[in-house]
Ligand binder design. Structure first.
Ligand code: UD1
Length: 332
């Protein structure tokens, strides 16, 4: 199948593209490289042996995007392009609305025009409200606290409206929990711009000596050790979830939402100690205040993805630490 991957040079998009190519699909990537690197295409080629077609196109440019659809007859789209920094979204909400919302409206309009009605959308566990019981299920209460999260939730709602208006679409929204790790070859992974916001790239940069020490955001949460608990998921497992969701939407007219997590939560201290144990490197840290907007604990019930898609996370926290470290060593 010919599959368009928007945001295909990003962390999750590149791993998803690798899985698609390995599965025999013909992958075309559209990305504006605002938070990724053109070298990712070489990495995909090194791992898969295939050079994927690439367009440096911004989804907010309707004409450019339409020309990609004129040149290629796609069977489906996996849509990951978007901006994703929570803090920045609070400072610059319009940037988030313009990129994520306008970009998606353009994409969907063009998909409809060219009758490409099969879509997998990259959503986030950020759409869940703070007051839910754990683990989070797809029907847990939705509520967002920042413009980034609002764009994910609004896009989910747009997609449902589109399906309801015209049920010949097949659409899956995937709610990611905390993707970390890297390709198990050590040849592809995340390249954060500037100081990382997320914990795993921060830890690996401390380990490699780029950063001095990790700040642990709070040790007074109502958790067993006081630090925040998250459902960390290996990016390769996440990428495989996209392939199974794609198979589902290729065969069925539907709109469905799926959690992609392991179902197991680990605290910040547990993550640090797993990293130290697997690499033998000590991670110096200091306790600082809680970060605004963080919840105490968040982990998934992914039973629906298992039942409907046959998807289950296979890799554990140790694998995630090993692969993230392999990748950091590779890029220095
Ligand atoms: C964050 C975003 C979320 C987004 C996800 C994408 C926020 C509030 N949430 O999730 O919307 O979908 O990334 O990857 O930004 N921590 C530290 N020190 C650090 C960094 C993090 O102690 O330097 C802690 C956090 O308090 C949290 C855990 O580590 O308990 C994970 O944090 P992070 O990796 O940033 O992910 P989330 O905040 O869960």
């Amino acid at each position: 199948m010919k599959i368009l991957v928007t945001g295909g040079t990003g962390f999750i998009g590149s791993h998803t593209s690798i899985e698609l190519v390995n599965d025999g699909h013909n992958v075309v990537i559209v990305d504006n490289l605002c938070n990724s690197n053109i070298d990712t295409l070489d990495r995909i080629r090194k791992i898969t042996g295939i050079k994927v077609k690439f367009y440096d196109v911004d989804l907010t440019n309707y004409k450019d995007l339409e020309s990609v659809f004129i040149e290629n007859k796609f069977d489906a789209v996996i849509h990951l392009a978007g901006v994703k920094a929570v803090n920045e979204s609070v400072q610059r909400p319009l940037k988030y609305f313009m990129n994520n919302l306008n970009g998606t409206v353009n994409l969907l309009t063009i998909m409809e025009k060219y009758s490409v009605k099969r879509l997998v959308f990259s959503s986030s566990a950020t759409v869940y409200g703070k007051m839910n019981d754990l683990p989070l299920k797809e029907d847990s209460t939705l509520d967002v606290t920042n413009p980034y999260g609002r764009t994910k939730l609004m896009i989910e709602e747009m997609l449902e409206d589109i399906f309801n208006s015209s049920p010949n679409w097949g659409i899956a929204s995937l709610r990611y929990f905390n993707p970390i790790g890297a390709h198990s070859s050590g040849l592809n992974g995340e390249i954060p711009r500037g100081i990382p916001n997320n914990i795993m790239p921060y830890i690996t940069q401390v380990a490699v000596g780029k950063l001095d020490m990790l700040s642990v955001y709070g040790n007074d949460y109502p958790t067993h050790d006081g630090s925040g608990i998250r459902d960390y998921i290996h990016v390769e497992d996440l990428a495989k979830g996209h392939i199974l969701a794609l198979e589902k939407v290729l065969k069925n007219n539907l709109y469905e939402v799926y959690n992609l997590g392991t179902g197991k939560g680990y605290s910040v201290f547990e993550l640090i100690s797993m990293f130290e144990k697997t690499t033998g490197i000590e991670i110096p840290y200091k306790i600082v205040d809680r970060r605004d907007g963080d919840v105490a604990a968040c982990y998934a019930d992914s039973t629906k993805a298992f039942k409907d898609l046959g998807w289950k996370a296979e890799k554990n926290l140790r694998d995630m630490c090993i692969d993230a470290w392999k990748w950091q060593n590779n890029i220095g």
